[in-house]
Design a protein around this ligand. Structure first.
Ligand code: PLP
Length: 372
């Protein structure tokens, strides 16, 4: 058997992530690797923290980029903030809410679930009812942008309710960060995590995380150590902390963090509000074109994510065959349905650098050919 270098095909990524990575970010990735405790690298990490504070709209000093994918960001929030004594209310309206539930179960905390239909936002009234019934609850968790369904939940209202019942909030912003309005401090979010590969259009494998002072207090007040050594934020803190000397914790993915720095810089240059608006504009363009093709959305208009469009597969078409055609003939990736929507929906991502007019035009032209 002989081997040669792997040269990936040139794709246009319009699925649920990873999204297209710009040449500028890829070029940052290829810069020389330096030591992860090199003073220049440490100075760059400080900038990453500041840029992440901007992206999350927070002043939280503990705002860092975890060296692991979004799933680790989720797990970091749960294992650090939830103890077996806690009662946690998890709102489930898709696959990722279900993963939150598994996290709570593995910790052995008491679980209360608030169920909403797939393809719909989490219903604030249901959360309030659950909190009235469970005054012992101490944490509320939900997914802001459910990538499995394309539904956006009202994070501000859900956090307001959680706060009224004196609960900390854990929010999944893997698909929302950079793509839709998100204001961590104004909305009173206590722990939030995201992913590099969605609307930040960076390479996969990094998870931005931010903890409020209340969350840090809860972490510090623990009387049992965090079960996971790698995800224990009281240890990771020494590595990312701006004050004094950095303590070795693990070897950061040096080049991926260059890429993260570059993609956050691009977001800052564009401006957060402009990025949110661009995602909305591209969504509208796509929605208009899909309407001309008589393709329907699954999520009601007011609850739709701009960056993840879940559409019904037109009657009589073969899911895998159409997606295969798009990939083979147009080098275009769109996503299959997940969970309850497997086989009857497609997910078209307009995330970060992929949220551009030429991508929308390509997608509509390719779909038109594929379905006719
Ligand atoms: N949460 C949401 C909403 C996601 O969309 C994803 C990934 O698609 C994750 C969590 C997990 O992130 P990762 O695949 O980077 O581990």
């Amino acid at each position: 058997m002989s081997f040669s270098s792997f040269i990936p095909p040139q794709r246009t990524l319009m699925g649920p992530g990873p999204s297209d990575v710009s040449a500028r970010v890829l070029s940052a990735l290829s810069r020389p690797t330096i030591g992860h405790l090199d003073p220049s690298f440490v100075a760059m990490m400080d900038e990453v923290k500041l840029l992440l504070q901007y992206a999350f709209q927070t002043q939280n000093p503990y705002t860092i980029a975890l060296s692991a994918p979004g799933s680790a960001g989720m797990e970091a929030c749960f294992v650090n903030l939830v103890t077996p004594e806690d009662t946690v209310v998890v709102c489930r309206n898709g696959v990722f809410g279900a993963r939150m539930i598994e996290n709570v179960q593995r910790i052995g905390a008491k679980l209360v679930t608030v169920e909403s239909d797939w393809g719909r936002a989490v219903e604030p009234q249901k959360l309030e009812d659950a909190l009235k019934q469970h005054p012992e609850a101490s944490i509320v968790a939900f997914v802001h942008a459910e990538t499995s369904t394309g539904a956006s939940s009202d994070a501000k209202t859900l956090c307001d309710i959680a706060r009224q019942y004196d609960c900390l909030t854990i929010v999944d912003a893997v698909t929302s960060l950079g793509g839709s309005e998100l204001k961590v401090d104004e909305w009173g979010i206590d722990a939030i995590y995201s992913g590099s590969q969605k609307c930040l259009s960076c390479v996969p494998g990094i998870s931005p995380v931010s903890f409020s002072e209340r969350a840090i207090e809860k972490l510090k007040a623990r009387n049992v150590p965090v079960q996971s050594w790698f995800l224990d934020q009281s240890l990771v803190m020494g590595y990312w902390s701006g004050e004094g000397k950095r303590a070795y914790h693990h070897t950061a993915p040096v080049n991926s963090l260059y890429a993260m720095h570059e993609s956050l810089l691009m977001l800052k240059e564009e401006g957060l509000e402009n990025s949110w608006q661009r995602h909305k504009n591209m969504h509208q363009l796509l929605a208009d074109g899909l309407a001309d093709l008589d393709i329907e959305f699954i999520v009601p208009k007011s609850e739709r994510l701009a960056q993840l469009n879940t559409i019904k597969i037109p009657h009589g078409l073969d899911d895998a065959q159409v997606r295969g055609y798009l990939l083979n003939e147009f080098n275009l990736e769109i996503g299959a349905g997940l969970g309850q929507f497997a086989g009857n929906a497609w997910r078209i991502g307009l995330m970060g650098f992929a949220a551009r007019k030429e991508n929308v035009a390509l997608c509509l032209a390719a779909l038109t050919e594929a379905i006719n």
